[in-house]
Design a binder for this molecule. Structure first.
Ligand code: ZN
Length: 343
């Protein structure tokens, strides 16, 4: 099969479009013919060695897959050849207390497809049968591939961690990212008023198209004052953030007394200054977040099917252009998802 091999850690040039042996489905597994695979910032972190630095090489990236079941391993009866599916990127043991408690993304054996095991930058990918769901009929393969990781991540932040309620002011940082695009829509679904930040007016305009009520250009150092002004001096009740050190103090100052911040990454750097007086005196809560329980993909796909959540695809490229696709995402030249299609 054709696949994009990551042969070393480094810049996008380490991704090579190659011919390799196809993986065989073992018992309980399905082999999916990939019709579309979406990129995530995770792919870049793994490529650079920031995430999973000891991963054996070569490796195949790609967490977000939509495709068609091509063959099934022993004992698989729930799906058959030709079924159109979306792949759930979280893998876990399925037996431990956390898995059985619906907290599978806290399983000691938790893995993400394309990070800890070979993913979907390929014509074929093998996953456990628990990880496939029927593709919503109303979505193309490209749209379906743009859903799982970003919407799962945003769902856990907005719904499970921040517990956003109707009428709250929710701040979503860096509106152009896939997670932020999903977070804006999920916060709107739960009745919030959504304020977004971005670095360009073009991205702010696009954020309004996906549902943002108010926009703030965070290029100026006192951007958080604008958030306060938009909330009558109060600040945001809940914040979705992954922007890192450069914006962290602003995020804290943009948050209302008693407000909540959910953090899912730190794009501009991990070593941030935290004014602790704001945390205790103003009684802020900070929730770390990564992925979501696999179960959350069920309501997400239902809302997507109903058209109440919409994946936003920025651009579609052939699988052979994975290196260029990485560059587009890394340079933040896109609003929404970059999706690759095998030939
Ligand atoms: Zn487990």
């Amino acid at each position: 099969m054709k696949a994009v091999l990551m042969e070393a850690r480094g810049d996008a040039a380490v991704l090579r479009y190659s011919e390799i042996a196809a993986p065989e489905p073992g018992p309980g597994e399905v082999r999916v013919a990939v019709k579309a695979v979406a990129l995530n910032h995770l792919d870049i972190w793994v490529r650079k060695g920031v995430a999973s630095p000891r991963l054996p090489l070569p490796h195949i990236l790609g967490s977000d897959v939509a495709g068609v079941v091509e063959s099934v391993g022993a004992g698989v009866h729930a799906y058959k050849q030709g079924d159109a599916v979306v792949v759930n990127p979280g893998l876990s043991c399925g037996r431990c207390q956390r898995c059985l408690d619906g907290k599978d993304n806290l399983c000691p054996q938790y893995q993400i497809l394309g990070e800890h095991r070979w993913g979907g930058y390929a014509e074929l990918v093998v996953v456990p049968v628990q990880n496939v769901l029927p593709k919503p009929a109303s979505l193309s393969f490209i749209e379906a591939a743009a859903v799982p990781l970003a919407f799962l991540t945003a769902w856990q932040m907005v719904v499970d961690k921040l517990q956003v309620k109707p009428g709250e002011d929710v701040l979503v940082m860096a509106a152009g990212s896939g997670v932020s695009v999903a977070a804006v829509q999920i916060a709107k679904l739960f009745g919030a008023r959504v304020i977004v930040t971005a670095s360009t007016d073009d991205k702010l305009e696009k954020a309004r198209e996906v549902g943002a009520d108010e926009t703030v250009n965070y290029s100026s150092p006192d951007w958080f004052q604008e958030v306060k002004a938009l909330t009558g001096g109060k600040g945001a009740d809940a914040v979705v953030d992954h922007t890192g050190a450069d914006y962290w103090e602003g995020v804290i100052k943009a948050t209302a007394w008693g407000g909540r911040i959910s953090l899912v990454g730190a794009s501009s750097g991990y070593q941030a200054h935290t004014p602790l007086s704001h945390i205790f005196y103003r009684q802020l809560s900070i929730f770390g977040s990564t992925m979501a329980s696999k179960s959350r993909l069920f309501p997400i796909l239902r809302f997507v099917e109903e058209g109440r959540l919409k994946p936003v695809v920025a651009t579609v490229l052939p699988l052979s252009r994975a290196a260029y696709a990485h560059q587009l995402l890394e340079d933040r030249r896109v609003f929404g998802k970059v999706v690759l299609e095998p030939a």
